[in-house]
Structures are given as C-alpha cells and as structure tokens.
Design a protein around this ligand. Sequence first.
Ligand code: NAD
Ligand code: UDP
Ligand code: UDP
Length: 354
Amino acid sequence: AHHRAVFELAAVGSVGGKLPLGLKRKGLRVVVTGGAGFVGSHLVDRLMARGDSVIVVDNFFTGRKENVMHHFGNPNFELIRHDVVEPLLLEVDQIYHLACPASPVHYKYNPVPSMWLFKCLNSFVHKTNVVGTLNMLGLAKRVGARFLLTSTSEVYGDPLQHPQAETYWGNVNPIGVRSCYDEGKRTAETLTMDYHRGAQVEVRIARIFNTYGPRMCIDDGRVVSNFVAQALRKEPLTVYGDGKQTRSFQYVSDLVEGLIRLMEGEHVGPFNLGNPGEFTMLELANVVQETIDPSAKIEFRPNTEDDPHKRKPDITRAKELLGWEPKISLRQGLPLMVSDFRKRIFGDHSDSNP
Ligand code: NAD
Ligand code: UDP
Ligand code: UDP
C-alpha cells in the first residue's frame, strides 16, 4: 500500500488518448503528529520542500504555531489542532508520530508544587505515549500507511552498557519521577512491534538521542536550551550535580535526515539516531561559554533523582543500513541555535524563520 499515489500523469501534450510527454512526481500525503514542535517543524520543512502534502496534528501542549506559520496559505499544508489521545480519521501514506510532551520541565522539574498537577501532567505524558500511539497505529492499519515512531534514548534508562547499541534492553526504574516518559516510550515501542507482527503494519522505530537547534522551547529545562538562554541573559549556567554526567548532542538537521532515511528505507529498526560526540555537562558549559560569553559564570545545583550518568549512541546500525551519520558537530551547530535564541529572547524578528 505504501508509495501509492506517487505518480500522476502530467497532461502536457496529451491528446486523443496518447500517452503524455512526461510523468510528474506527485508528493506523498504525510501526517506529522507533534509537527508544531521543535523536531517536527524542521521535519515538516523538509517534507514540504520535497513536494509532499503535509498534515500537522498538534495540540500545542509544547508546540507553537510560529514554528509552522511560514507554510500557512500553501495548499500542500494543513494544520489540525487535535489531541492524539482521541481517535483521528485521515487518509494518508505515511505517519511520522512525534507527538509527546518531551520537555523535562513538563514532567520532571515542574515548578508548581501541586501534586495534583504533577500527577495530571505525568499521566498525560503516559496517555499520549500509550493511547496516542495506539490511535496512530490504528490509523496506519486502517489506511495501510507506513508508521514511524520517534522513541528515545531514555528507553536505555541509566545504562549499564556504554555506548548503547540497539540490542541493549536498558536499565529503567519503573516507578521513578521520569518513568512516565521512559516507560511510556517503551510501551509505544512494544505497541509498534505488536501492530507490525500482528496486523502487518509497516513500521519504523527511531531512538533519538539528545537533540538541539533553532525553535527549541526556550524555557523547557533541557540542558542546551537552559545554558544558551542563561548565557544570553547574563545569568549563571546551572550545572546539576557535579557536572560529570555525559550526554551526546545532535543537531536537528542531522536527525531529520536520519528520520527521512529511516522512513524511506526497508528496515524496521530500532535505530539509534544521535551524535556519538560525548560531553560532560561541564564541557558543554565550556563550549557555551566559548560560543556566547567567556565570562559566563557556572553555578552548581543539586541533581534530580534517577539522572542517567552517561549516554552515547552506538550508531553502527544506522551507518550500515541507512547510510546515515551526523555531519554537524556541537561547535558548528551551537552558533546556529544561538542566533535563533538571541532573536526570540531579545525580540529581534527581522530575519526570516530559521
Ligand atoms: P516538542 O515538545 O518540541 O514537540 C512535541 C510536539 O508534540 C509539540 O508540538 C506538542 O504540542 C505535541 N504534542 C504533545 N502531546 C500531544 C498530544 N497528546 N496530541 C497532539 N500533539 C501533542 O519536542 P521535540 O523535541 O520536538 O520531540 C519530538 C519527538 O522526538 C518526541 O516524541 C520526543 O519524545 C522525541 N525525542 C526528542 C528528543 C530531543 O532531544 N529533542 C530526544 C529523544 C526523543
Ligand atoms: N483509530 C484511529 N483512527 C483510525 C483507526 C483507528 O484513531 O483511522 C483508533 C481507534 O479508535 C482505536 C485505535 O486506533 O482506539 C486502535 O485501533 P484498532 O483498529 O487497531 O483497534 P480496535 O479499534 O479494534 O480496538
Ligand atoms: N542539566 C544541567 N543543567 C540544566 C539542565 C540539565 O546540568 O540546567 C543536566 C541534567 O541533570 C542531565 C543533563 O543535563 O544530566 C541532560 O539533561 P536534559 O534534561 O537536557 O536531557 P536528558 O536528561 O533527558 O538527557
């Protein structure tokens, strides 16, 4: 069923039943759930640029209309305000399922000291991952669409294997403060494989490692957005714990390339998509200082529970089977994000959308 509708006859020169002079590629009909978010909106840009018809489904929980506004008025683009926890009927060829409240501040560092809100947010994360993924798989099954799940490196938990290969089953605390996210994504992976095996849905699974770039939420509590915003605002960079924990940071355009290759390729996965360059949080703070403000101060704060000590993708599988590897290093990518943050924080909107 996949790649139906790819060609349409161009009517040019078609007279009296003769074959037309040319075949014109007609784009696919693609849904991007979470398409108004950080990663989703960059993916939408790429799909639109190649001529696909793109439907963004988003409830704007963490996404913003501004991220996709430059496509308004384009007949190939549609934006639907919808919560994927509710069923949805559409006719499409591909589903990129990104919808998920991904920012830690929304489930981990919620500053509002209300247990009620905390519980609500966490169960919303879990519901989106479980019920939302189930609905999108049901949709894929009904219309014969190919389905791609954006899972996460968090399925590896606090890993006992380093770097992490896709064969590693992970070390996740099922009852911790970040479990709604980790376990939600693990369940989403399980559902995806069950629909693949049980209902023959064509599926793809990406395990995304920490990604940064323009359009990230400014106050979402992730480390790169925190440090960049803090350095620009002349505030101290807040390093949690001793700052020796590591992460590997991928620039968003590398991720988008990987997602498209995965969707178009023949392999189910899971595939790690991340940049193997590994940095401690103190090293990251130093790169931010070099890039923005060498005089920026560093302030240590207590770390949160269950914080993974290290994380670095083994991307051998993606290299071999998708011919993919990241191209942009942290030192190259960070300045691209900084100019976007500068504009959004200081209100200079003179340039076009990043
Ligand atoms: P984001 O928060 O910017 O985007 C998520 C989008 O999903 C937002 O636009 C939000 O409004 C939307 N959304 C959330 N719940 C929804 C619901 N119930 N119904 C409809 N829309 C909903 O986050 P992102 O960084 O762009 O992440 C995109 C995907 O990639 C997520 O699935 C996330 O788990 C995954 N991921 C991201 C990273 C990263 O470092 N950015 C790392 C690992 C995995
Ligand atoms: N679903 C949807 N859109 C569709 C088809 C299904 O949102 O086009 C939802 C449906 O409401 C259900 C879920 O996807 O909650 C799983 O659907 P499936 O047909 O696999 O399961 P069933 O409805 O038989 O439980
Ligand atoms: N972190 C930090 N300062 C901050 C925000 C986060 O030192 O202002 C640390 C956090 O404790 C973790 C790492 O940076 O060890 C990455 O955190 P993030 O929430 O960005 O991603 P994740 O933990 O999901 O990989």
